[in-house]
Ligand binder design. Structure first.
Ligand SMILES: [Zn+2]
Length: 335
C-alpha cells in the first residue's frame, strides 16, 4: 500500500521551512503556497502532496500539533489517500472497486428506456428500479474508437454504481463468470452484470443521517470520511467497509444491499401510490437521488483485472467479520 497525504500548513512556505525537523525536511521542500501576496503571511496556507510511510505520517501529524505564535497548530489538515495494488489484497474478504480520483462517473442518459421504476414507499422518494434495456452513455469520444491507450480509464462506475468496462476486458469477465450487456451505440464498452448483493455491517464508516422514513423506516446512509479532529488538526481518511458475510464462493461482483447517499424527499405524510410505476422522463432527477450501492469484487477478480492492466483500476480493502467478530481482513487495512 502506498500512502499519500495532502498536507495543509498555516503560513507561507518560506516561513515554515525552517521550522520542520530534519527528518521531515523533505516535506518542507515540497510546500507550495495556495495564496497570493494579497494574503498576509500568517494567514496563508501552504500545501504539500507527499508519499509517506505510516510512521512518517504519524510523525508529521504529531509534529504538526505544535502551535505557532498565534496559538494555532502549524498543520491545519491531513488528508490520507491509500493506494492499494490488488495483489496486496489477495487475502481480503472482498475489495471495493472505487472510482479513480481523476475519472468522473460516466453520464447515463435515457433512464426511462433502460429502467422500469416503481415507488418503493408512499412517504419518501425511494424507488425500486429494474434494468430492462441497455444503458446509454453520453461519451466524450466517438463511440466506436477502440480503447488502445492503456493510460485511459477502462473501468467506469456510474453515479448509480453500474460498472462499465472496455470491451477489451471481455475474456477476463467471462473467465470470472460475469455476464455483460451491450451499451447503446458503441462496441467499445460493455456493462458488467452484478451477480448478487451483500450486506455491509453497521460499523463505521457506514453512518445514518437524520431520522428514519415514517413509511419504510429506511435511513439515509453515508460513508463517514472524517473529518476527525485531533488537537485542532483536521484528519480526513477513508475507512474500509466491513461485510457481514464474505462473498459467496464463485461470486466475482456484488453490490452492497445498502445504498449510500439517498438525497430524495422524505415526507411526513403519504404522497406516492406505493408500487405504482414512475415515468422517469417526468421525474428527471429522481434516479440520481437514489444514491448508489458500494461495488464489491472478489480479490481474485480484481487481481485478474490488474494482470490484464485494466486502466483506472482503483481498489480498497473490505473487511469481513468472522465468528466472534474477529477481523479477517488484511492487517494493514487498519492503518
Ligand atoms: Zn420511505
Amino acid at each position: 500500500m502506498e500512502l499519500w497525504l495532502t498536507l495543509r500548513f498555516r503560513g507561507a512556505p518560506l516561513g515554515l521551512r525552517d521550522r520542520f525537523p530534519s527528518e521531515l525536511a523533505f516535506i518542507a521542500r515540497q510546500l507550495r503556497s495556495l495564496d497570493g501576496p494579497e494574503v498576509p503571511p500568517n494567514d496563508r496556507i501552504s500545501t504539500a502532496y507527499v508519499r509517506l510511510t505510516p510512521e512518517q505520517a504519524e510523525l508529521v501529524v504529531a509534529w504538526g500539533r505544535v502551535r505557532g505564535v498565534d496559538g494555532r497548530t502549524l498543520l491545519a489538515s491531513a488528508t490520507y489517500e491509500e493506494r492499494w495494488r490488488p495483489h496486496e489484497l489477495a487475502g481480503a474478504a472482498a475489495v471495493e472497486l472505487a472510482r479513480a480520483p481523476a475519472v468522473g462517473p460516466p453520464l447515463v442518459i435515457g433512464r426511462s428506456r433502460s429502467h422500469l421504476a416503481h415507488w418503493a414507499c408512499s412517504y419518501c422518494d425511494r424507488l425500486r428500479a429494474e434494468q430492462v434495456g441497455p444503458l446509454e452513455l453520453a461519451l466524450d469520444e466517438p463511440a466506436d474508437v477502440e480503447l488502445v491507450h492503456r493510460a485511459r480509464p477502462e473501468l467506469l462506475i456510474s453515479q448509480a454504481g453500474e460498472l462499465v468496462v472496455s470491451s477489451r476486458l471481455r475474456p477476463v469477465l467471462e473467465r470470472y463468470g460475469l455476464a455483460t450487456r451491450p451499451v447503446v451505440g458503441t462496441r467499445s464498452w460493455l456493462q458488467v452484470e452484478v451477480q448478487t448483493t451483500a450486506r455491509l455491517a453497521s460499523v463505521p464508516p457506514i453512518e445514518s443521517v437524520g431520522r428514519p422514513c415514517r413509511g419504510c423506516a429506511e435511513q439515509r446512509l453515508v460513508r463517514k470520511e472524517g473529518p476527525e479532529e485531533r488537537n485542532d488538526v483536521r484528519i480526513v481518511r477513508t475507512a474500509s467497509w466491513t461485510l457481514v458475510e464474505p462473498l459467496p464462493s464463485g461470486v466475482s461482483l456484488a453490490w452492497s444491499e445498502q445504498r449510500l447517499g439517498f438525497s430524495g424527499v422524505v415526507n411526513d405524510a403519504p404522497v406516492h401510490p406505493m408500487g405504482a410505476p414512475i415515468d422517469l422522463d417526468l421525474h428527471p432527477g429522481l434516479f440520481g437521488e437514489q444514491g448508489a450501492p458500494v461495488l464489491l469484487a472478489s480479490a481474485e477478480f480484481a487481481i485478474a483485472l490488474a494482470d490484464a492492466r485494466a486502466g483506472g483500476l482503483e481498489v480498497l480493502p473490505v473487511r469481513g467479520l468472522a465468528a466472534g467478530r474477529r477481523e479477517v481482513a488484511p492487517h494493514a487495512a487498519s492503518c
